[in-house]
Design a protein around this ligand. Structure first.
Ligand code: BES
Ligand code: ZN
Ligand code: ZN
Length: 473
């Protein structure tokens, strides 16, 4: 989306977006803008309401902001307008930026408008959103310098839209190769290096735990390494994203909820979107990210419950359940990242357990870390933009859950309790006692229901959160 600052609305024809702070339903002073008045009886700026007035060849859209707005609700207000009022955007569009808006609010507004272009109907015949037309230019009026916040809001939403696509497109399209190609192309476009290990190279390198999961699939596993290094960096961050492009459960085949398992690469998609955004914003930090991508399928070659497999770290793993596959690919991703790149902070994102969904539902991710500063910083970054998380313990009292009699460790306790915690304990085992590692179980928050579609779809949880966390370092 292109944008252009205009000084006033003289001679403007088209659609004017006018955000309005809530007054009072009983106010006798009408809302007034550009010679157009609206009685408080019909509109007074209440949150989640809007009112259209056609006058002087213009469609005035008064948009209710409520009295207090957080980042996420502001973004949703504008996403809703863009998504549900498509027809009013086929002309010129001008946005009136309230003088009271700070840069975060301007950013949220623009992000919302751009996210409103998203259409889940990837394979349906439908018209493109007017904002996506190459010639479309959003005009804006502001008394303040808002250009940077506007540009940033658009960049954030662009990265989130990419993440939406990656998660929502079907698994027969988004297979491991698709993710690898996406990374390579995006790396070229935005400026980060990408290396991909296929099956043979992964074997030679020793990524045996990762390879075990993909054994039953016709699609070759891809171990994707991305490195954004702008030079003279203050800090080095490492990211790992679970990239199971479809999770059938393997031989422990899923008996419930399999249809949603195209979302099992949402951690990967969050990491990929974050790489685009960090590079697009040219943040002065080195970020190295790993996406172990493969498909957990059923076949004569599939790995089996009771198999004992090897891992990159040299620890043997007893497979109790082939549906606990995410931790196996993350184990090698984490070990490889930590051993070869030694980042100061490591964060992994994964749709790891049903247990995290059972605990927090769809509102909040489960956070695991032994580093209090890291916990605080992640939580603050998330709270600022409405991507919530809550910490769960990594106490050693849970360690017996992953102790095996035949191998160094096992991939599942076999008990239907504390699933998110024992999964995190398993990951911790592969972090080589890293002093600044955090795991985010995003199974409940990556893919959900909202007003924008009838079926569950991607939320891009993590893209803005991790970028903001890095920015705040
Ligand atoms: N991909 C699933 C977790 C999941 C559940 C993601 C719901 C998104 C929504 C994961 O691989 C899995 O199957 N976990 C099992 C582990 C169990 C077999 C130890 C689970 O949580 O039930
Ligand atoms: Zn699984
Ligand atoms: Zn899974």
């Amino acid at each position: 989306m292109k944008t252009k600052k205009i000084q006033n609305l003289d001679g403007f024809t088209g659609t004017i977006l006018i955000p309005v702070f809530e007054t009072n339903a009983k106010s006798i002073v009408p809302i007034e803008f550009h010679g157009t008045t609206v009685s408080s009886k019909v509109f007074y700026g209440k949150k989640d309401t809007h009112y259209l007035v056609e006058k002087y060849d213009c469609t005035h859209v008064f948009i209710g902001l409520g009295k207090e707005m957080d980042y996420k609700s502001l973004k949703t207000i504008f996403r809703r307008i863009a998504a549900k009022q498509k027809d009013i955007f086929t002309t010129s569009v001008a946005l009136v930026v309230p003088q009271e808006f700070d840069s975060n609010q301007v950013e949220a507004t623009l992000s919302g408008l751009v996210l409103g272009t998203y259409n889940l109907g990837h394979y349906k015949k439908s018209e493109e959103h007017p904002f996506l037309n190459a010639d479309f230019e959003l005009q804006f009026i502001s008394k303040n310098d808002v250009e940077d916040a506007i540009a940033k809001g658009i960049k954030i939403a662009k990265a989130q839209l990419e993440t939406f696509n990656l998660v929502d497109l079907p698994p027969n399209k988004v297979n491991p190769k698709y993710l690898a190609n996406w990374a390579s192309e995006t790396g070229k476009q935005y400026g980060f290096d990408v290396t991909v290990f296929g099956k043979e190279k992964s074997h030679a390198v020793g990524l045996h735990s990762f390879l075990s999961v993909g054994k039953g699939s016709a699609n070759e596993p891809q171990f994707i390494i991305m490195d954004y290094n702008p030079g003279n960096t203050k800090k080095h961050i490492g990211l790992v994203g679970k990239g199971i492009t479809f999770d059938t459960g393997g031989l422990n085949i899923k008996t419930a909820g399999m249809v949603q398992m195209k979302c099992d690469m949402a951690g990967a998609a969050a990491v990929l979107g974050t790489m685009q955004l960090v590079a697009d914003l040219q943040l002065p930090y080195r970020v190295t990210a790993i996406v172990p991508a493969c498909e957990n399928s059923v076949d004569a070659h599939s790995f089996m419950p009771s198999d004992v497999i090897q891992s990159y770290a040299g620890h043997s793993i007893e497979i109790i359940d082939t549906d606990a596959e995410g931790r196996l690919v993350l184990a090698d991703g984490l070990s490889y990242l930590i051993k070869n790149y030694k980042p100061e902070t490591v964060i992994d994102l994964a749709t790891l357990t049903g247990s995290a969904v059972g605990t927090f539902g769809y509102e909040c991710a489960a956070l695991f870390t032994n580093n209090d500063t890291l916990a605080k910083n992640l939580q603050q970054s998330g709270d600022a933009i409405g991507e919530r998380m809550w910490q769960l313990p990594l106490w050693d009292a849970y360690k017996p859950d992953i102790e095996s009699e035949i191998a160094d460790v096992k991939n599942y306790s076999g008990k239907p309790v504390a699933g998110a915690i024992s999964a995190a304990k398993f990951l911790e085992f592969f972090t080589d006692e890293h002093k600044s590692w955090a795991h985010l179980d995003i199974a409940g928050v990556a893919f959900g229901d909202d007003e924008f579609a009838k079926t569950k779809h991607a939320t891009a949880y993590g893209v803005h959160l991790i970028t903001k966390f890095i920015e705040n370092l």
